[in-house]
Design a protein around this ligand. Structure first.
Ligand SMILES: O=C(O)CCC(=O)C(=O)O
Ligand SMILES: [Fe+2]
Length: 337
């Protein structure tokens, strides 16, 4: 009491529970309000909390109990989750962090293959894993389609007559990553994941209620030290995060937010990320409607192949840079480097 605190800036929360499964709201005032909220959140914060009740808390709890079981397996078993694509397979243990990945995770065959490697002897576990995680992934893809449509409509990129709304920002597959962060020794705050911006198009994130995620609030240039805020994720919510390619697609309107995991306390943390990965051969290019030299929106990035960007982000030149600089070093237009 008696001391003044800056009011904590709150991340925007957007409830998308009502628009699932069919976007019958499209064209209504309510839809337009959601479009505006999503766009503002992506431009100002680079992320927002999505409330999404069609994924019940029970399904989330079951998914996290399965995730815990995966991490309890021996290291040799987890290492079978090999994928030559960057960020797609088992990472091993890095300090507090350990993670596994499942490519194309809404596809039952991919889930089955993963579960077969983890529990070759337990048909029951495998089936339960495919059913539970598969349901969650399908729902998250449904949610992504809604957010994608809201983004497209918010920039006026879909035609009012486009009843089927089949248009998309770009074709993607969902990469599921499951993550464990051990509690730090003596509970002293310690980095779980260093500050970065996401390299997938975008991410939906949730955790098992041990919160340790922090995001950087954007500040005007020259404002001094970066300021991070903690982001607890509610049990019926996901955090939507704009990645570097979505920022580039939007011609720099959206903000690829810097974030990190800072562990403290005595409990391990489990989190799950559903990352939208552009399919092989995708070239990231800003729609011409978002480029306008006269109105102050010159083209900020050259068109680039997503895979080349990922390879750059893993190269010596890329890894020598802070994560958020990589996309600028790789793809900035000559005038905007
Ligand atoms: O575990 C988390 O909460 C964050 C994970 C993350 O930022 C990432 O994998 O890109
Ligand atoms: Fe991230």
């Amino acid at each position: 009491m008696g001391s003044y605190h800056e009011p904590q800036k709150q991340l925007p929360t957007i409830d998308l529970s009502r628009i699932s499964p069919a976007p019958e709201l499209r064209g209504t005032e309510e839809w337009d309000v959601l479009c505006r909220k999503v766009r503002e959140a992506c431009e100002e914060y680079g992320c927002f909390e999505v409330v999404y009740e069609p994924i019940p808390v029970e399904l989330r709890a079951e998914t996290f109990s399965l995730i815990r079981r995966v991490f309890e397996l021996p290291a040799e078993t987890k290492a079978l989750n090999f994928n030559p694509k960057p960020y797609h397979g088992y990472t091993g243990v890095y300090n507090l962090y350990e993670s596994l990945g499942i490519e194309d995770a809404s596809n039952c065959d991919c889930l089955r293959e993963f579960a077969g490697l983890m529990w070759p002897e337990h048909n029951g576990h495998r089936q339960y894993f495919c059913k539970t995680v598969g349901t969650m992934m399908k729902q998250l893809e449904e949610l992504w389609r809604m957010v994608e449509m809201l983004i497209l409509d918010s920039y006026g990129l879909t035609k009012a007559t486009d009843e089927t709304a089949s248009s998309s920002i770009m074709e993607c597959k969902t990469l599921l990553r499951i993550m464990q962060y051990k509690a730090p020794p003596m509970g002293k705050p310690m980095s779980g994941l260093p500050t970065h911006t996401d390299k997938p198009l975008c991410t939906f994130l949730c955790d098992d209620q041990v919160s340790a995620l922090q995001i950087e609030l954007s500040q005007p240039p020259g404002a001094g030290e970066e300021q991070f805020i903690s982001v607890p994720i509610n049990p019926t919510s996901f955090l939507f995060i704009v990645g570097d390619p979505l920022m580039a697609w939007s011609n720099g309107r959206m903000h690829a937010v810097k974030h990190r995991v800072l562990m403290s306390g005595t409990k391990a943390r489990y989190s799950l990320g559903a990352f939208q990965i552009p399919v092989e051969g995708t070239v990231i290019t800003a729609p011409e409607e978002l480029v306008d030299d006269i109105a102050g929106h010159p083209k900020l990035f050259k068109d680039f192949d997503y895979k080349d960007f990922i390879n750059f982000s893993r190269s010596k030149e890329g890894t020598d840079l802070p994560s958020h600089r990589m996309i600028h070093a790789f793809a900035a237009s000559a005038d905007h480097n």
